[in-house]
Design a protein around this ligand. Structure first.
Ligand code: ADE
Ligand code: ZN
Ligand code: ZN
Length: 232
């Protein structure tokens, strides 16, 4: 996701923390004055380097949305294993500085795995090589899902932000990053996800907007559940 998606997920997840997880998140974030889950959610893209670039996605084999570490995550360098590793650090007795960095990774990567094309196929680099025309300009399918569909949605970005008071705390749960990736892969593999032509019609936006919203909301709920479990 781009900044809007990550910020929405951070904001919606923060509203679903338990008191214990909220207290620890607040304590760790206090090292960076003014920081919130939304504001730190894009840090991992700002520090992008060749070493961490593969942590933002995973590529299951085409035609089979399954995940096997040895096959799909060379040397453990993919989003699924990165989430597992950073959650382990967050739960450990590592320093507050190390645990804050791990928290920032988990906030970002739990979001990314829910962007369908972050568990798309290697052949087209998760849609980055699939050129399309949308909203009056040339782009690619990955970029469309990362941001343009969110920025241009008719119902607005604010409408995605369900009133925080309507959320309860998410039930604590161990992270299931492989299951999240398989769900994303199945979205990418659904009929019509790759548009028939290279022009993104209104019918594409109408068909996929509910899926977009569901992926953002699921990301927030799973992120909160993960933090509520790790920081209990
Ligand atoms: N970004 C760069 N390469 C990618 C890939 N193979 N899958 C998803 N996102 C990517
Ligand atoms: Zn992306
Ligand atoms: Zn990312």
């Amino acid at each position: 996701w781009g900044a809007e998606g990550h910020r929405l997920i951070g904001e919606m997840a923060e509203a679903q923390l338990t008191p214990a997880a909220r207290a620890e998140v607040t304590r760790l974030l206090a090292a960076e004055p003014g920081a919130t889950m939304a504001s730190v959610s894009t840090w991992a893209d700002q520090i992008r380097s060749p070493e961490t670039a593969p942590w933002h996605y995973v590529n299951p084999p085409p035609g089979d949305c399954s995940y096997e570490r040895g096959r799909d995550c060379e040397d453990g360098q993919c989003a699924v294993e990165a989430v597992r590793e950073q959650v382990t650090i967050l739960k450990s007795g590592a320093s507050d500085a190390q645990r804050l960095t791990a928290l920032k990774w988990v906030i970002h990567l739990a979001g990314d795995i829910h962007q369908p094309l972050h568990a798309g196929f290697k052949g087209d680099k998760g849609g980055n090589l699939y050129q399309v025309r949308a909203f009056g300009r040339g782009t690619n399918l990955h970029s469309l899902w990362d941001g343009a569909l969110i920025r241009n949605r008719a119902a607005g970005i604010d409408a995605l932000r369900v009133d925080a008071s309507t959320y309860g705390a998410a039930a604590p749960a161990a992270p299931q990053p492989a299951a999240w990736a398989i769900e994303s892969c199945k979205v990418v593999s659904s009929p019509g996800f790759y548009p028939d032509g290279r022009f993104i019609e209104q019918s594409y936006i109408d068909q996929w907007d509910p899926v977009l919203v569901a992926r953002l909301k699921s990301a927030a709920q799973r992120l909160a559940a993960t933090l509520n479990d790790a920081l209990r």
